[in-house]
Design a protein around this ligand. Structure first.
Ligand code: AKG
Length: 236
């Protein structure tokens, strides 16, 4: 359950950080588990990103560490983690109704990897309400491309789409960000969780470090009484 103060924060800013939700042993297990899945080879939906617009002669680190998606379709441990009450209960409070999982993802974001353009999750997932639980597996800060949140942007409604700058984003779609938006950088430690609603504009810059991954386990949920938006849902 969210406290009164946490609910107020979600209402005002559209997101919330909870510290040390998972302990270090749990996080070490998640890291080992997903690194082993990566080492096994490819899985349905693995995504290494679109080509960059100016074309780079450097190998893209995401080729070796593509984003995993819908791991719960083939992985029992993911099913346990996505149903963990420490994620599902706060997300249900953010949604205002019981959370039903629609998407799991694992970002490895190795050193040198591109980030992800600024977007609202409802650009892709065409159902409302939705919310995410973003679990930090490594320290995530400005240097390795932590999440940037546009505070209060959930109040702007669903915004227009535009092309992303694929020189720094591994995805090609973006939300057209209105002038005057206020960006809040996040800095998370392993085990912290960032909760946010589907209309909050967010994204992350590239990992500029030489030696630090920025891994995150992410679950997206819809409300049990969610309604469809126009357009086809895409995993993203
Ligand atoms: O982790 C990132 O850099 C982006 C994640 C994201 O866009 C999301 O969880 O919806």
């Amino acid at each position: 359950m969210l406290s009164r103060e946490e609910r107020d924060r979600v209402e005002e800013f559209g997101f919330l950080i909870r510290k040390a939700v998972f302990d270090q042993a749990e996080i070490a297990e998640m890291i080992d588990h997903y690194m082993a899945i990566n080492a096994e080879g490819s899985h349905p939906g693995d995504f290494a990103g679109v080509p960059s617009k100016s074309g780079s002669d450097q190998p893209d680190p995401l080729q070796k560490y593509p984003r995993l998606i819908q791991m719960h379709h083939y992985d029992e441990k993911t099913r346990a983690w996505m149903n963990d009450p420490r994620l599902v209960e706060p997300v249900s409070d953010v949604l205002g109704q019981r959370a039903v999982l629609i998407q799991t993802m694992l970002y490895f974001k190795p050193p040198g990897a591109r980030g992800q353009s600024f977007h609202q999750d409802n650009l892709y997932l065409r159902t409302t309400p939705i919310a995410a639980a973003w679990v930090a597996l490594d320290r995530a800060d400005e240097e390795n491309g932590s999440m940037l949140m546009a505070s209060g942007s959930h109040k702007l409604g669903l915004l227009e789409r535009e092309e992303a700058d694929t020189d720094w984003s591994f995805t090609s779609d973006a939300t057209k960000v209105p002038a005057g938006v206020e960006w809040t950088p996040t800095a998370l430690d392993p085990g912290d969780v960032l909760f946010f609603g589907g209309l909050v504009i967010h994204g992350s810059y590239p990992n500029r470090t030489k030696d630090r991954f920025r891994r995150s386990f992410i679950c997206h949920y819809e409300g049990e009484h969610a309604t469809k938006l126009s357009g086809e849902s895409q995993l993203h």
